[in-house]
Design a protein around this ligand. Structure first.
Ligand code: FAD
Length: 356
């Protein structure tokens, strides 16, 4: 009787210590889960990772370094690029879901797949680029995962006391520092806000088995603009306004753009009167860009135009009116008639390229 009581007691002690160990393991896993990894969404076009996603990758890798966690990435659809080479941007692992149904953006389908990957990988910070894809997927993901979201981040988060992300507000007229307090945090990074840098390293490529829902929308045709530098990815943009008088004079813009490997843009009235296509219209109601160099030729610099271009690193304004508001935002200004100034600039660039 005494021995059976002793056996029961020993068993009880054993069971309680096993339970203690299990609780401890779960606790350690849970606390590790608080900051397990940073997951970067890689947006691709025609199998190649977009430049804005490489910026997001370097940014996400730096956030992971700040937090002392792993940097991982996920790419959807058919990719032709060697993904192991993405290790040079600071990430350790790339999850792939190489289902051709994911070659075209379907925000609802993408959201579900990325949400599953976030849960499976235990990621607690997710980084998108603030482009078309990021703009449509990140908010949906935020709702699905009950995660705080800051769109259009322009700097690394301050993690010294919480998690505070800086962004532009009021069309670039002010900054806001926004604290994300949820367990999962989502950031979408503005293009050209963080530099691409490389180190040594290879990433591990790991297929992620995802349930891909049937698309709710069907893309019937895709009309791609070929042979042009995409405006949102361009390092240099040459832009023209109503001061150029008509579409027949646009060689002044396109010739310089071709020489510099730049994208072309225009003010809104220029697109409205069909001198240039609408996809070139920049500004508050058009595309917001942040190239390293922006040429504004015959553009007044109305506030609605500036709202879309004032994040450019260097602005060169060519306008015949010395009182044109654009000069206040310019780093370099030329007061003069575009029809006299532009041929001289084009000639000078040609000579410079020829090395004379
Ligand atoms: C709600 C709202 C949203 C808007 N959104 C946008 C937007 O997203 N993007 C946008 O661009 N606009 C937008 N606008 C319009 C905006 O207010 C301006 O009207 C527009 O930007 C002016 O275009 P512009 O500078 O090409 O033309 P203009 O205002 O006509 O200016 C032409 C300029 O060219 C100069 N010029 C003339 N001849 C020459 C020459 N030979 N050589 C050199 N310079 C010359 C003139 O001095 C002048 O400064 C918006 C307006 C509203 C109300």
């Amino acid at each position: 009787m005494a021995s059976s009581l002793r056996r029961t007691l020993v068993l009880l002690v054993l069971l309680s210590s096993i339970k203690f160990i299990m609780v401890r393991v779960l606790f350690v896993r849970a606390s590790k889960n608080i900051l397990m990894s940073v997951l970067i969404f890689l947006d691709q076009a025609d199998g190649q990772i977009r430049k804005s996603s490489l910026e997001a990758t370097c940014y996400g890798a730096k956030v992971a370094e700040q937090l002392g966690v792993a940097a991982e990435a996920i790419v959807l659809g058919s990719v032709t690029e060697d993904l192991t080479s993405l290790g040079k941007y600071g990430i350790q692992k790339v999850y792939t879901v190489s289902n051709p149904a994911l070659d075209q953006l379907d925000a609802q389908v993408f959201t579900k797949v990325i949400a599953d990957a976030v849960i499976a990988s235990g990621a607690t910070v997710i980084v998108f680029s603030n482009n078309l894809c990021g703009k449509s997927v990140a908010p949906r993901l935020s709702v699905r995962l009950k995660a705080g979201l800051v769109t259009g981040a322009i700097a690394l988060p301050d993690t010294s006391n919480g998690f505070v992300v800086k962004k532009n507000v009021f069309s670039g007229k002010a900054f806001a520092n926004i604290a994300i307090n949820t367990a999962i945090k989502i950031i979408s990074l503005n293009s050209n806000a963080y530099p691409i840098s490389t180190t040594d390293g290879l990433a591990v490529v790991a297929p992620f088995e995802a349930m891909v829902d049937a698309a709710k929308v069907q893309v019937s045709a895709v009309n791609k603009i070929v042979g042009e530098v995409p405006l949102t990815e361009a390092e240099i943009v040459v832009s023209g306004g109503r001061g150029l008088k008509g579409p027949e004079n646009w060689a002044l813009v396109t010739d310089l753009a071709k020489l510099l490997g730049a994208a072309t843009a225009c003010s809104r009235p220029v697109a409205d009167i069909n001198w240039r296509p609408h996809h070139e219209h920049v500004g508050q109601t058009g595309i917001a860009i942040a190239p390293n160099l922006y040429f504004a030729i015959g553009i007044s610099g109305a506030i609605q135009h500036l709202a879309g271009v004032n994040r450019s690193k260097t602005i060169v304004v060519i306008n015949k009116d010395p009182e044109a508001p654009f000069f206040k935002a310019a780093d370099y200004g030329i007061v003069g008639d575009a029809f006299e100034v532009m041929p001289k600039i084009i000639e000078a660039v040609k000579k410079m390229k020829a090395g004379s």
